[in-house]
Design a protein. Structure first.
Length: 173
């Protein structure tokens, strides 16, 4: 089965881009508040205050959780697209509307993945606001860039949909 993009694909991509940009802009706004409006004296680079350590650990754990959860959401969504046959796989007749469902799956996994990074980024920025550790600020910036790096494009979405269709065809046999 080949991927045939729907006519409204640019509109769907724009919606996903707005969602991703809004998540990034919220974090950048808070970053601006924390660094410019509420400046403080940064602690030395070698010092890691307790809250910073906790926030860094939480961020590291959430990066791992993000990978796992996004994969689980993708696999579960792909399996939900069609009713399973006796073996638990989607039936061949259940492929109607596959593209639309895969586009919705892409949007869902994008939002879930970004949320897994957004929470720790806010936590790190709050930590920076209270302890002024450059480590928490740097880690928050890395997480913000991580969200921005997954900015949806038509090509990225088309590649995802085609990959999922291929995976569904492989699972069929």
């Amino acid at each position: 089965m080949q991927y045939n993009p729907p006519d409204d694909l640019p509109l769907r991509v724009r919606t996903m881009q707005i969602i991703d940009a809004a998540l990034v802009m919220g974090l950048l706004s808070f970053l601006l508040i924390v660094t410019v409006i509420l400046p403080g004296k940064p602690v030395a680079l070698g010092v890691l205050p307790l809250l910073t350590l906790i926030a860094l650990g939480f961020a590291a754990a959430m990066i791992v959780v993000r990978v796992i959860v996004v994969n689980i959401v993708t696999i579960a969504g792909r399996r939900r697209i069609g009713p399973p046959d006796a073996t638990g796989r989607p039936t061949a007749g259940a492929r109607d509307g596959t593209t639309e469902q895969l586009l919705a799956l892409y949007q869902t996994r994008m939002i879930v993945g970004a949320a897994c990074l957004e929470g720790p980024a806010f936590f790190l920025l709050i930590t920076y606001m209270t302890e002024h550790s450059p480590w928490s600020l740097a880690a928050a910036i890395v997480l913000i860039l991580g969200i921005a790096a997954h900015f949806p494009t038509q090509q990225r979405i088309a590649d995802f949909v085609q990959q999922q269709i291929s995976q569904m065809e492989e699972e069929k046999y």
